[in-house]
Design a protein around this ligand. Structure first.
Ligand SMILES: Nc1nc2c(ncn2[C@@H]2O[C@H](COP(=O)(O)OP(=O)(O)OP(=O)(O)O)[C@@H](O)[C@H]2O)c(=O)[nH]1
Ligand SMILES: [Mg+2]
Length: 233
């Protein structure tokens, strides 16, 4: 664990059954260490925001941001990044796809790197949801090939990065749309000579609630994003 402090940025939409357990798990892992959890909720109809405020309203390490007039994963994460106070940022999902224990591995490696990605496609990595594993792997092989990425998983949305390095990148261009922001993040990090590495992650299935991902739309969006980057547009 780093000594300088850690900002964990978590976007939520209808995650009231996951986020309380996730925050509790992070608290157990990091305890008295210097960290903050920033949740950015887009006014979830299930009342995620109020639930967090009720459970953790007195905890100074838990910041909850409510966006009433905006919706979208990319801009929600950017809002969290802009609100962060510590030098290392971790981005992750609220639904336990991203096991909180992996944050420790990310923060170990960030000591000697600019950006560390949690990867499903290296030894000890994987996905509990088997039917999504192969198509995701194939798409990531394609991405690695066409964009010459140095790591194997460029769509996980689970990473640690130094904030001062991140602020040098075109953040408004990167953090928009849905999960394809991760592809743009990797592209700009690489073209700005970031020192990048990966650590294994085993994705569990989402614990409660429903996915926000429309897989067909997501695939086309990610493909379009990758081709645009490849063509330098
Ligand atoms: N603030 C905000 N968060 C969002 C939005 N869409 C998705 N999220 C969050 O982004 C994360 C990833 O969304 P998921 O629905 O888990 O997507 P997925 O991992 O592809 O789908 P699953 O297989 O069901 O886990 C979760 O923490 C969501 O709550 C949004 O529009 N706004
Ligand atoms: Mg998920």
């Amino acid at each position: 664990m780093i000594n300088q402090g850690l900002s964990i940025v978590i976007p939520t939409f209808n995650e009231k059954h996951n986020i309380i357990g996730l925050i509790s798990s992070i608290q157990k892992i990091f305890g008295y260490k210097t960290y903050e959890i920033i949740v950015i909720d887009d006014n979830s109809p299930d009342g995620t925001y109020n639930k967090i405020v009720k459970e953790f309203g007195n905890d100074k390490k838990v910041k909850t941001i409510l966006r009433k007039n905006e919706r979208g994963l990319g801009t929600a994460i950017l809002r969290g990044i802009k609100s962060s106070s510590y030098p290392v940022i971790v981005g992750m999902d609220a639904d336990f796809n991203h096991p909180p224990e992996t944050i420790t591995r990310l923060t170990e490696e960030i000591q000697s790197h600019d950006l560390v990605v949690a990867s499903r496609f290296i030894k000890s990595g994987g996905m509990e949801e088997k039917k999504r594993y192969l198509p995701t792997l194939m798409f990531n092989l394609f991405l690695k090939h066409i964009l010459r990425f140095p790591v194997s998983d460029n769509t996980s949305g689970f990473y640690a990065v130094w904030k001062n390095k991140l602020l040098k990148l075109p953040l408004d261009d990167i953090f928009r749309g849905y999960g394809e922001y991760h592809i743009r993040l990797m592209h700009y990090a690489q073209t700005n000579n970031f020192k990048i590495t990966e650590v294994p992650v085993y994705y569990k299935k989402r614990k409660y609630g429903r996915s926000k991902s429309n897989l067909g739309k997501m695939f086309l969006g990610y493909l379009y994003c990758a081709l645009k980057l490849r063509l330098g547009k």
